[in-house]
Ligand binder design. Structure first.
Ligand SMILES: [Zn+2]
Length: 478
């Protein structure tokens, strides 16, 4: 069928359910929950999927808030990834450009994952409706991925093989522009170093004590010297989880450090991780303490699949950017006018990867145009567990303008705008573009084969887990 007719049909399918999709996004926004505690948010999405005829497997892979909704059968299998966790301290009233916490100090959707989960669900439903109507066979699999902000649910799903049989994997993230991402993100590893020593009177009998705090300090000194001898893009940051108590006159017999180790590629992170382990062992030797090392979780770098990114980009261009109206533009302008030049420049930098005319956006509050996919060697300095999916299966992801140009990530301004008419219109575009990309993928066995071939070439064709099989999801936390 020609593209134009497909676009019109998919638009009609999404339009019939647009209010339902917006409500799911708003309902999740109303119950912001932190990583691995997203019980209410997951329930809202699960209920919506079940109503649409998806079979839902709950509590997947030992994570109570992970779930998989499946519709259809057989190959090809298309995965669509959804997230729904919130961030601490970003509670904020909706649709208003004035900082006003709804719950003082409470969590909020400052990364827009309410819309992310709902938009991905809407896409899965729209693809299913189209397949049903046309008798197209294949499987749509919606992944309810918990804990993107911390804990990193997709790493566990990837490690335990949940993405292995996917022919293609699509997702999106709220953003300032309408574009398929050709940039990578940093790989990251989280590790705990726990030292155990012996207490003693620090003045009367220091020679009998063995200090776990000294071990932590020596380890950090060692890592700070290591910085000169790793690639310049590497990042190593630490925080004390346990300083061994508050008394200077007691030799500290327990202390613990938490480390993040980041670099552009997961293989680089693993190599640096081994050297950090050696430094920790050295610190234990120097202080006569015992050491326990636990690598708890990590994230691979994101590897965009060009073949799938091309399909998704064609689909996004075909459906067009969100149909914003004057009220949306006016709301976006209020936010845009409140940002300083550094915030605007940071957003422009993100647009510059795809938009040739990115400099024009220095004065435009809301990005309505779509920019084509472009592969770049650039990477963002953040990390995302979509990277883990991209190492386990061919993956593409896009941004759709969900908030004003210049809006910084992880901010109350995001929370305010991801429950607004701007986001409701973005959700329509997300559903249309990913649903269309899904159908185009299913109908093109050659592209599926090409995407797989590229995936094998770019990642080695096998998931590289940042940590071992002993790592467990951090279900308990405050
Ligand atoms: Zn996010």
């Amino acid at each position: 069928m020609e593209m134009e007719k497909m676009v019109q049909e998919i638009k009609a399918i999404v339009d019939a359910k647009r209010e339902k999709f917006a409500k799911v996004s708003d309902d999740v926004w109303e119950v912001p929950e932190l990583y691995f505690h997203e019980a209410k948010s997951a329930d809202i999405l699960i209920k919506a999927l079940k109503e649409e005829g998806f079979d839902v497997q709950e509590g997947v892979d030992g994570m109570p808030t992970a779930f998989i909704g499946t519709w259809g059968s057989g190959k090809p299998i298309i995965g669509i990834l959804g997230e729904f966790d919130a961030l601490p301290s970003l509670s904020q009233e909706a649709s208003i450009c004035r900082h006003n916490e709804l719950v003082p100090g409470g969590p909020g959707h400052g990364c827009g994952h309410n819309a992310l989960g709902a938009g991905a669900m809407a896409a899965a439903v729209a693809a299913k409706d189209y397949m049903e109507k046309h008798g197209i066979s294949g499987t749509i699999r919606y992944y309810g991925c918990p804990a993107e902000e911390a804990g990193w649910g997709k790493m566990f799903l990837a490690r335990d093989g949940y993405y292995d049989d996917l022919d293609a994997c699509y997702t999106w993230h709220p953003g300032v522009g309408n574009m398929v991402q050709g940039t990578s993100s940093l790989a990251n590893m989280c590790a705990f170093f726990t030292f155990k020593g012996r207490t003693s009177h620090a003045a009367a009998s220091p020679h009998l004590g063995r200090s776990a705090l000294d071990a932590c300090e020596l380890m950090n000194v060692g890592v700070n010297y290591l910085r000169e001898h790793v690639i310049p893009e590497a990042r190593m940051h630490y925080a004390y989880q346990d300083v061994g108590g508050s008394a200077p006159n007691v030799v500290q017999d327990h202390a613990q450090l938490k480390y993040f180790i980041r670099a552009p590629k997961i293989t680089q992170v693993k190599e640096i991780g081994e050297r950090v382990k050696d430094i920790a062992r050295g610190a234990a030797l120097m202080t006569g303490t015992e050491l326990e090392i636990y690598f708890s979780a990590g994230m691979c770098d994101y590897v965009p699949n060009d073949v799938l990114s091309g399909i998704l980009s064609d689909a996004l261009i075909a459906v067009g950017g969100p149909s914003f109206d004057d009220a949306d533009r006016a709301l976006a302008k209020e936010f845009f006018d409140s940002y300083n030049s550094n915030e605007i420049e940071a957003a422009l930098q993100r647009l510059s990867h795809n938009y040739d005319n990115w400099e024009e956006y220095r004065t435009i509050p809301l990005v309505e145009e779509v920019a084509p996919y472009k592969k770049t060697s650039a990477y963002g300095f953040g990390s995302t567990d979509v990277g883990d999916a991209s190492y386990a299966a061919p993956t593409a992801q896009m941004n759709v303008a969900t908030y004003a140009n210049g809006t910084p990530g992880h901010s109350w301004q995001v929370t305010a705008q991801v429950k607004s008419s701007i986001t409701h219109k973005a959700l329509v575009t997300v559903a249309e573009a990913i649903a269309l990309a899904t159908i185009l993928t299913i109908q093109s066995p050659e592209k599926i084969a090409a995407a797989r071939e590229e995936y094998v070439k770019s990642t080695g064709g096998k998931y590289i887990c940042p940590v071992g099989m002993d790592a467990k999801p951090e279900l308990e936390h405050v």
